[in-house]
Write a protein that binds this ligand. Structure first.
Ligand code: ACO
Length: 334
């Protein structure tokens, strides 16, 4: 027998305020046409001033707990992937733990920017497989709007706020059972730090800072690195693109997604895309797209998912997951 982390439920939350490209034109020198043609984005959600990353994370977590019909007390591990924590310390995950009353384990944040959710899944999966707990809550949550420089039109039109969550539960599985997180693949290249970063931080500048980006370089690396990590994860599982039910790519730019799927020969019908409505929500992008598709019935139990993301660092990664609960292993009680 081996241990597998199965994905038992998803949840998400988007702030109420929707800002369309047209509305953005009131304070940014841009146009709906430019944004849509270059990125595919039509609108984004922005948190209001009093709405913090932890608020978004807690709402997404509650949404997932309701779907799983489990009590927060069974959670052994909370991992929040975020680039926009409420405070420099302690971790945003500690607020999530407090509000949910999930006091039976550890809670911490992970910082891998837009790749944060894949990194968080990999960490939680490895904790569970190592026997350090039975149930993990993994959240990607961002108030990325706080990092935007409204005078830099090449970046401020690209991002939005939101949160998504998944619950992982460990099971004893037959080594041939292919349910749950089947593999994760993480990469970082610190030499590319300067093509996408925030020009602030408590140690370097004592300020929060704003997003700075060399868009063309990020685009080039995103296409090549995501294509290569998708290949790597297919090969590791002996799969071809045809075996995948859904590719869930990081929602950064429709043109990046199109370039990858053309290169990998993955049909568009198998790709979850929410960029037009959510814009780039960084660590929240994958769980938001996943939860939406689970709730509208596109993603079903037994579907094979390939998730992939890249962000500042550069940090990138992918994960192969057979979604849902294998019937014979149903067991929520602790
Ligand atoms: N509205 C109108 N015009 C604009 C805007 C805007 N918001 N931003 C830039 N322009 C203008 C520029 O000033 C320039 O004008 P010029 O030719 O008169 O000088 C022109 O548009 C072209 O600018 P470029 O920067 O060359 O535009 P490009 O075609 O490279 O597109 C973009 C920019 C969309 C940022 C692209 O480089 C890109 O998608 N890069 C990927 C970056 C990305 O997705 N980042 C997300 C974060 S990282 C991640 O999540 C992976």
């Amino acid at each position: 027998m081996i241990k597998r982390s199965i994905m038992i439920a998803t949840g998400s939350y988007l702030p109420e305020r929707v800002v369309t490209n047209e509305e953005l034109c009131a304070w940014v020198n841009t146009s709906d046409n430019w944004i849509r043609q270059r990125t595919g984005i039509r609108q984004r959600h922005f948190a209001d001033d009093k709405e913090l990353t932890s608020h978004l994370a807690i709402k997404a977590a509650r949404h997932a707990l309701e779907m799983a019909k489990i009590d927060a007390k069974v959670i052994d591990l909370i991992v929040v992937a975020t680039t926009t924590p409420d405070d420099t310390f302690p971790a945003t995950a500690t607020k999530v733990q407090k509000e949910l009353g999930a006091f039976n384990g550890a809670a911490f944040d992970i910082q891998a920017v837009c790749a944060g959710f894949i990194y968080a899944i990999a960490v939680a999966d490895n904790f569970l497989k190592a026997g350090q707990g039975s149930t993990a809550l993994v959240i990607g949550a961002e108030t990325f709007s706080r990092l935007l420089d409204w005078k830099d039109r090449t970046t401020c039109v690209l991002f939005g706020d939101g949160a998504g969550a998944v619950l992982l539960r460990v099971i004893d599985a037959n080594s041939k059972d292919s349910w749950g997180v089947l593999s994760t693949h993480l990469h970082t290249d610190g030499c590319k730090r300067d093509i996408l970063y925030v020009d602030g931080g408590p140690s370097a500048t004592k300020t929060v800072g704003h997003v700075r980006m060399n868009g063309k370089e990020v685009f080039r690396h995103a296409v090549s690195k995501l294509s290569s990590v998708i290949d790597e994860s297919l090969e590791a599982n002996g799969l071809s693109p045809n075996d995948i039910d859904w590719l869930i790519p990081h929602q950064a730019n429709q043109r990046i997604i199109d370039s990858i799927i053309n290169r990998m020969k993955i049909p568009t019908e198998k790709v979850l895309v929410s960029i037009a409505r959510h814009a780039n929500t960084s660590a929240a992008s994958l769980p938001l797209a996943l939860d939406e598709a689970v709730r509208d019935g596109r993603v079903c139990a037994g579907h094979l998912l390939l998730l992939s993301a890249i962000g500042g660092g550069l940090a990138w990664g992918a994960g192969v997951v057979r979604f849902g609960i294998p019937v014979h292993s149903w067991c929520y009680s602790k």
